[in-house]
Design a protein around this ligand. Sequence first.
Ligand SMILES: [Zn+2]
Length: 330
Amino acid sequence: MALAAELAARLNCAEYKNWLKAGQSLLLLRAALQRFAGEQAHAFHQQLAARLPSPPGSRCRGHCLPRGKQFQPVCTLCKEWKKEILKHHTHRNGEVNWGNCRPWLWPSNPWEIAKAYMPPGKADSCGPDKCDASGLLNLFTFCDYFSNIDQKKVREVIKCRNELMHSSDMKVSSSWLKQFGNHIQNLLAEFQHVPEAQMATTSIEKLLKSDWAVHVPGEDQLDGLEGEMSPGQMTEIEAELIKERLNEIRLCMEEQGTMSKEDSNRIQAVRNFIHSNHDLQRNLQEEVQNLEDLVQKMNSQEQVVKETEEVNCEQKSDEGCPLEKMKRTV
Ligand SMILES: [Zn+2]
């Protein structure tokens, strides 16, 4: 099937279309706030640097390397920076994803500081232009430098974003989309002084009203095409959102260290969806392969755990392994 025809078939499902529109709204929100986030991160960094006694040329001398939520710096410089970062964390006793950061760059790179306030998996996001909406929104809520932004509005959008990315079948209802649109617009209203945010308000309003009909060559012209996106642009948005979803599932499993029933259902749903759409299959090859590799790793780990349990059970059977007891009583 041609690209436009495959896409048109997918967009026949109103709830999938809603899912995409919500995702596209997040992409627009992100684009609107990136410059602002970058500038603020820079100013925040200057504020911290001014308080830290770091003579020119001073740098990490301990090869200090964080892992996930763990970070025990060896050198004084990293210790001082860590202390300052924690001072500005809105959940001081909460968990910090230190694994996002390269501490030896803290004295010179504001974004390496910003990433300490973000969810896991942001190690490769090397600047605001590479950062997704979730990263920016978490920065706004976990770093007190941004506390002049209405936190309730930020959290509403974070909550919706999580619902969107965790929805098992990549579908949302029209009433959910409407509410989500309101939350995004409320948040954008906080950024009156950011011209990109004001422009995004208009684009998101238009986007949520449009019907995203796709013209399939050779068929009758469909309504609602004027000023809308081409099939190529649409599939780009689709690919980006599905990538984010696949990454989300991957991060979630990596963090838990296992694959829950829910994870495996989610993976199966995305797998089925991608396999039935050839254009997506082509675009998402790499991400799908990464996920399949992780699934395989998780499965073989589980197998090892099971086998160890079985061996333990056999060894203990004389002492009364519950399973053996049951067998004996039957
Ligand atoms: Zn260090």
